[in-house]
Design a protein around this ligand. Structure first.
Ligand SMILES: [Fe+2]
Length: 364
């Protein structure tokens, strides 16, 4: 478009010489900015990842079938099935930075020990009976628990029961892959400790609110506490809503209680690349549409409600997962009391100075 009022518009005339110039660029492995700036530098984030919902009622039977057909062991390492964002070209990335998978371990099975630079966690939406052994410390996995496997910690899992168990894994695999930071090492072909203690050594040392062992005064980049138990999460959320009932400040907004899981040595996020939170809405409550830089994944833990992603609403039940790509507006509506686990790449975005949030005002 040639407009006299915009005489500095950068649109060269399409001539044979120009085409030759572009061909010569190609031959020298050069790409001009001016032909691709809209894609490279959008006015607001324009993610390739798309909002998407995965139903637990469809995921779980598929994981079960994998349990029948695919043995777990050395080589493939884990019976984990990654949630692949439909916008990301078939890769098992739920977002450009995050991996989310359903992992399934059959009765009496062992997933062998290994370690990797990637940070990982497990969140348990149902079931029990598996212990994850992290750097030799057996950690019980039960419903509602968040279990950490920070980067370069050895870990394996074993099922101590006659029933299968499934949970979700969250990792920074796409971030690590894009930036070529991954290292990997095999450990024991079995787990190094088959004990099944109720509480891990890490919890016995660290899980006492507001109390830090004097033997552990050096801050660590990831949390030294490997397990965040449901009873504490539930109690914290319950008390926030009770305090709100009493007219006291406690909730993030009316009817919306929330906690962040933190590293007790720093008060910051549990791991350097992944933030984990838990949100509870009262029946009938909703959150205003929010846009944030970076991506998030939610899993419904309990209750019924819906999510609106760029104003498209989807009903949600226990176990359902959804991804919120960067700058996609999301809001939650609770039909019953509605509990959701959330993880995101916010620690990366905040530390690098890219974080932004926009909350739409009510009625817009
Ligand atoms: Fe692993």
């Amino acid at each position: 478009m040639n407009d006299a009022g915009h005489s500095n518009i950068m649109k060269p005339e399409d001539t044979a010489e120009l085409r030759q110039l572009y061909a010569d660029f190609e031959a020298e492995h050069l790409k001009p900015l001016w032909t691709q700036i809209d894609d490279l530098m959008p006015v607001v984030p324009n993610p390739k990842a798309v909002p998407h919902v995965w139903k637990w009622s469809r995921l779980f039977p598929l994981a079960e079938r994998s349990g029948d057909l695919v043995p777990v062991g050395r080589g493939g390492e884990r019976r984990a099935i990654g949630l692949a964002n439909p916008g990301l070209g078939g890769k098992a990335y739920i977002s450009p930075t995050l991996w989310a998978a359903i992992q399934y371990l059959g009765p009496r099975e062992t997933a062998p020990e290994h370690r990797h630079a990637q940070n990982a966690f497990r969140f348990v939406v149902e079931g029990e009976g598996v212990w994850t052994v992290v750097n030799g410390d057996p950690v019980r996995m039960s419903r509602g628990d968040l279990l950490l496997t920070p980067g370069w910690h050895f870990h394996g899992h074993h099922n101590d029961t006659d029933k299968p168990m499934a949970w979700i894994d969250g990792l920074d695999i796409p971030f690590s892959y894009q930036n070529d930071v991954g290292f990997f090492e095999f450990g024991s072909d079995r787990v190094t400790d088959y004990a099944t203690p109720r509480f891990s050594r890490g919890e016995r040392l660290w899980a006492h609110p507001g109390l830090r062992p004097l033997s552990e005064l050096k801050d660590t980049v990831s949390s030294p506490l490997g397990a965040y138990r449901w009873e504490f999460t539930d109690r914290a959320l319950t008390e926030q809503l009770l305090l709100e009932d009493e007219g006291q400040p406690a909730t993030v907004e009316q009817g919306h209680a929330a906690v962040r899981y933190v590293n007790p040595t720093t008060g910051g996020d549990v791991m350097p690349t992944i933030r984990a939170e838990f949100h509870r809405l009262r029946a009938g409550a909703s959150t205003p549409p929010r846009r944030e830089v970076g991506s998030s994944v939610f899993q419904v833990f309990e209750g019924k409600g819906s999510v609106a992603l760029n104003r498209t609403e989807t009903k949600l039940d226990t176990g359902d997962l959804f991804v919120v790509p960067s700058w996609v507006a999301w809001s939650l509506q609770a039909e019953t009391q509605f509990d959701l686990f959330r993880f995101s790449d916010a620690p990366v975005m905040e530390r690098l100075g890219f974080a932004r949030t926009q909350v739409e005002e009510a009625g817009r």
